[in-house]
Ligand binder design. Structure first.
Ligand code: 9UX
Length: 72
C-alpha cells in the first residue's frame, strides 16, 4: 500500500532549492516519489506507510535546511 501527503515547505527561494528538497525526500527509505512546487511551497510525497511516515519526512526536509510541516 502507498500513501501520499502534502507538506508545506518554507525557505525555498530558487529552483535549486526545489531540487535539494526533492533529492532529500527521495533518499528516505520507503519514499516512492517526491515532487516539490516552488510557487505553492508544497511538497507531494508518496511513500510506503509500513516503512516511513510524516515525521521522518518532515525531519528530512528540516535536515536539508528548510522548514516543513504537514499541509492542511
Ligand atoms: Mo538557490 Mo536555495 O541559489 O537553498 S539553492 S536559494
Amino acid at each position: 500500500m502507498t500513501k501520499t501527503i502534502e507538506l508545506d515547505v518554507g525557505g525555498m527561494t530558487c529552483a535549486a532549492c526545489v531540487g535539494r528538497v526533492e533529492r532529500g525526500l527521495k533518499k528516505v527509505d520507503g519514499v516512492l516519489g517526491a515532487s516539490v512546487n516552488l510557487a505553492t511551497e508544497r511538497a507531494s510525497v508518496t511513500f510506503d506507510p509500513a516503512v516511513t511516515g510524516p515525521e521522518a519526512l518532515i525531519a528530512r526536509v528540516q535536515d536539508t535546511g528548510y522548514e516543513a510541516r504537514t499541509a492542511e
